[in-house]
Design a protein around this ligand. Sequence first.
Ligand SMILES: *Cc1c(COP(=O)(O)O)cnc(C)c1O
Length: 389
Amino acid sequence: MSPSVLTHLECADCGARHDRLALVNLCACGGSLMARYDLHAPRLAALKERLSVREADLWRYAELLPDPGFSISLGEGFTPLIAAQATGRAAGCPGLLIKDESANPTGSFKDRGLSVAVAMAKALGAKAGALPSAGNAGSAAAAFGARARLPIHVFLPADTPRSFFGEVEAFGAVLHKVDGHIGDAGRAMRELLAGEGWFDLSTLKEPYRVEGKKTMGYEVAEQLGWTLPDAVLYPTGGGTGLIGMWKAFEEMETLGWIAPGRRPRMYAVQSQGCAPVVRAFEAGKDRAEPWADPKTAASGIRVPAPFADRLILRILRESGGGAVAVQEGEIAGAAREIARHEGILPAPEGAACLLALSRLLALGAIAPRDRVVLFNTGTGLKYPEALGF
Ligand SMILES: *Cc1c(COP(=O)(O)O)cnc(C)c1O
């Protein structure tokens, strides 16, 4: 019997119900589809207590994920939550914790979403998958495509760090280099997509990447003894992890695993070279205008027009959090500071969150006694240029 209590998919915009066994992208209205579960199912009763003996990957939450019926796990998820006291003390927030996503199989948290999405695409009959990427998502899709025997097409901006090209091809995926940014890569993909019959794995345009990424929310709670931090610092590109974690908090409240009304303040961190979410948040808007000339070495957050802008902005406001743009020129230094203090060589996106922490402390939005979780979303090793090596 399948462990999953998935019941159906639901449109985040219009609420329409969709069959969970369909290979679908968006709702007819254009909204993102969200997986819904029977959170009152009897088999979930003692689940929380049974988790501790399970494998240390994200599939430990199998009941609360879709079930592909086979495993392609490479051990993705259940990454360490590290007390970063030296970094925290230097910044003025000794309770700082780093969720170190560089420990994932291909070196970033993109493995979470793509493990689940690639497995489900294969299970539901896709013949091939395709996605635009700034690098890490392409590597993750290619790796899990190899594992699932699903052909993958990856569309990367031509100025993506070179290591990503080699990695994608090594995993046997088809690499398409596109002039421009990730939005241009997406357009190039869609021109080919329909004719070729590839399944679109773009984030929030299929239901399951967000399910993989929501496990970060479950893990933080489990690792903190079923409590949540005061604040979360999240380098935001497409916003999948932010949306996923918020969904996890909601599910855990319904499950009775965490106390209601204690969710963290969520902070979206972007670079001043590409800050569409920050600009919209500060202007009080509920949609983000596309950023004209996106430039940042933190390529994972070089997303000029996030598809799920409304969901992201709603969560930032509902949580009492906010959005911070950091100085591009300070990112490499922040990365070296985390490296020196903690023995973690962070991705520039993770390093940007340390700059955001200092800013939020100066503004009084974060208090020195707060327990803060900073997401280091990947390894710095794939972006030597960004870190000044
Ligand atoms: C993709 C990516 C991000 C942004 O993640 P979203 O959930 O799409 O906002 C941040 N950091 C790294 C390293 C990434 O690869």
